[in-house]
Design a binder for this molecule. Structure first.
Ligand code: LRH
Ligand code: MN
Length: 433
């Protein structure tokens, strides 16, 4: 592979010098403010540095809708160029060392070569994702009417084999989890027998479950609609939880924030799944209407904070087995995907650090003493605390950028990639739309 432009550490350090003075000033000011609340800012910096979220390989290419996709300059054309971009995100924000792959979009020709290439960028592989919501050119049987729940057992077998193949690829890449999201459902009343379809799902998943290594986790991802527009087999957390329990101890529920009807109380679903010991992980994004896959924290930042309140509450309490995996799952239609993913990863660290700022002693006292206003005020005090200096210093101490977007733009990375990755009509790395 010819020499490819990379942002080097020296350039990052150079750029950091531009904002070092004012960020230290803000950090010191915040440090004194938090001291008055008996909070040691250094605890929060280490919390920020400990936070990890995986980047979706399909998120570094420009996303689109059924109407159109407007690819930007320097689009990644294959999994190696996708990893290059993921490496750049990790270099600047330091909280994204893992990449979640989607098969067959990212099917490696040589897994060892891919694993070594990723390792050179400081990257490893998070959960694998199967795809039985599209028909591949060489595929024998169509998923038009479903995959793991299809009435035809041969089609179900084809989908089961594909998931087992994803797990095998994941084993050769060092992944430790497999996510199954299926779009199976119906567009019309009467099209599917609801109970039979769920029976077929459990039968198919139990065969996939058997292929899951003992030190792996199998994630079930629910979604209330789309691509099916009347009924979806795995439509909500309740059916996902039922299936995870039926399948066994390696099966868990994955919460994609965009997969819920408007105004659903997602933070309460998270609390339930924590209490039931079946919270496996997240696909973070944001949305206003449907599964819009917008940047995390861009539409409902308070909801994101409330979700992290539940997560940090469980973490602080030491809930047994609590170990959710965090991933982004977004579609970047009008922004530079690298900038959106860096901003989104930072929004998650922000919500995590703010959730650690909540005075949990006071909160439980006013919950027990039925003082709702102070309960809300206790949350709001944390949510309205500007922790940006903590996030910036955490990145800088980790060798990253105080201001990732400014450093990225100053590097001219996208312009360099536009030169290195000439657009060949139709040949963009496969992915969403
Ligand atoms: C389905 C989904 C799922 C992925 C796909 C890319 O909406 O959230 O997680 O497989 O997006
Ligand atoms: Mn998802």
């Amino acid at each position: 592979m010819a020499k490819h432009f990379e942002i080097d550490d020296g350039f990052v350090a150079e750029q950091n010098k531009k904002s070092k003075v004012w960020i230290d000033e803000d950090f010191d000011h915040l440090s004194r403010k938090l001291e008055r609340q008996n909070v040691d800012i250094e605890d929060l910096v280490s919390k920020a540095q400990s936070f990890r979220v995986a980047v979706p390989s399909w998120g570094v290419g420009t996303g689109g809708t059924r109407f159109a996709r407007f690819p930007g300059p320097g689009e990644p054309r294959d999994i190696f160029e996708k990893l290059e971009d993921c490496g750049t995100i990790f270099k600047l924000v330091r909280s994204t060392p893992a990449v979640s792959l989607h098969i067959p979009w990212d099917k490696p020709g040589n897994a060892t070569e891919l694993r070594d290439f990723a390792a050179r960028l400081g990257l490893n592989f998070d959960a694998m994702n199967s795809n039985t919501f599209q028909d591949q050119p060489e595929q024998e049987l169509s998923y038009r009417f479903g995959s793991l729940t299809h009435p035809d057992s041969a089609t179900r077998n084809q989908a089961i084999e594909h998931n087992i193949e994803c797990i095998e690829i994941g084993k050769s890449l060092g992944s430790k989890a497999h996510t199954v999201w299926i779009g199976d459902g119906g567009n019309f009343p009467g099209q599917q027998h609801f109970r039979n379809a769920l029976e077929r799902y459990l039968e198919s998943m139990s065969r996939i479950y058997q292929a899951v290594p003992d030190d792996w986790r199998l994630f079930i991802e629910h979604k209330f609609y789309e691509p099916a527009f009347y009924s979806t087999v795995i439509n909500d957390w309740g059916v996902s939880y039922h299936c995870a329990r039926e399948l066994g101890p390696k099966a868990f529920c994955l919460v994609d924030l965009g997969h819920h009807a408007p105004n659903v109380n997602i933070e309460m679903i998270v609390a339930r799944l924590i209490q039931f010991g079946k919270l496996g992980g997240f696909h973070f994004n944001d949305s206003k209407y449907g599964d819009d896959d917008l940047d995390s924290g861009s539409i409902k930042p308070f909801q994101l904070f409330l979700i992290f309140n539940e997560l940090v509450d469980a973490e602080s309490e030491g809930v047994p087995g609590f170990n959710p995996t965090y991933m982004l799952d977004q579609s970047h239609n009008v922004t530079d995907p690298i900038e959106s993913l860096m901003m989104s990863a930072s929004e998650l660290v922000r919500a995590y650090v703010q959730a650690h700022l909540i005075d949990r002693q006071l909160l439980s006292e006013v919950q027990e003493s039925c003082d709702p206003l102070i309960a809300l005020a206790t949350l709001k005090q944390a949510f309205t605390t500007d922790v940006a200096p903590i996030l910036a210093i955490a990145r800088e101490r980790g060798g990253g950028a105080i201001d990732p977007i400014a450093t990225y733009r100053a590097s001219g990375y996208r312009r360099h990639k536009a030169n290195e990755r000439p657009v060949t009509i139709g040949a963009t790395a496969s992915g969403i739309v």
